[in-house]
Design a protein around this ligand. Structure first.
Ligand code: ZN
Length: 206
């Protein structure tokens, strides 16, 4: 477990290093034409003429998370006004891209916290999931990043994040398994200890 955590820390991708200049849109479109040729088709074929431009625009959406500062999303918080029990946002739609194959990851995230002094608007929890999802990811790191950012910025008494997702790269290639879901979770603070641990796991089951 400790080894796995160390590995996670070492492999943090964060944002592209500054010395790696971002390619131009034309360069990105040329790369798509190369992949079309690699697939065995002709980029000049009529149906494919506008494809590189569309793919690059789609990438802007799929990878829009790099332009978002996840911590800034949580900066506007509110007084908890005496509320001291679990806040749980369930079934947040999640779409990400696996960093090994650049294939789709689809699923849901459940994000919970046990407030300290402060709470955040519930849409911010969904936006936090989105900001980290729209990057090249592995599900394990995605889960940790959401939980750790929520813990660091909001400083609640506990944080729990569970992600259940299917990976297109194992459904459509390699082992070719459909209907397989991967579940990852990260429990922090109070949620990692009884009695809250049983409580949150029960709430997440419901
Ligand atoms: Zn993959």
């Amino acid at each position: 477990m400790l080894d796995a955590r160390l590995h996670l820390i070492e492999s943090q991708p964060a944002v592209a290093p500054e010395h790696e200049a971002r390619p131009s849109r034309q360069e990105a479109e040329a790369a798509v034409r190369t992949l079309i040729r690699w697939a065995g088709d002709a980029p000049r074929r009529e149906g494919l003429l506008d494809t590189p431009a569309r793919v690059v625009r789609a990438y802007e959406e799929w990878f829009g998370g790099y332009a978002i500062d996840p911590e800034a999303l949580l900066e506007r918080d509110f007084d908890a006004a005496g509320y001291d029990d679990i806040v749980l946002l369930r079934d947040i739609p999640l779409r990400s891209m696996c960093e090994h194959h650049m294939a789709a990851i689809r699923g849901v995230a459940h994000v919970a916290y046990l407030p300290g002094e402060r709470v955040v608007g519930i849409s911010k929890l969904a936006r936090l999931v989105d900001a980290y999802s729209r990057r090249l990811q592995i599900q394990e790191r995605l889960t940790s990043e959401i939980a750790d950012t929520l813990e660091r910025v909001l400083q609640p008494r506990g944080v729990a994040v569970i992600i259940k997702a299917s990976h297109e790269c194992i459904a459509s290639r390699g082992i070719g398994m459909h209907g397989v879901n991967m579940v990852t979770r990260r429990l922090r603070g109070c949620f990692d200890n009884e009695p809250w641990r049983s409580d949150i796991l029960e709430a997440l089951k419901a």
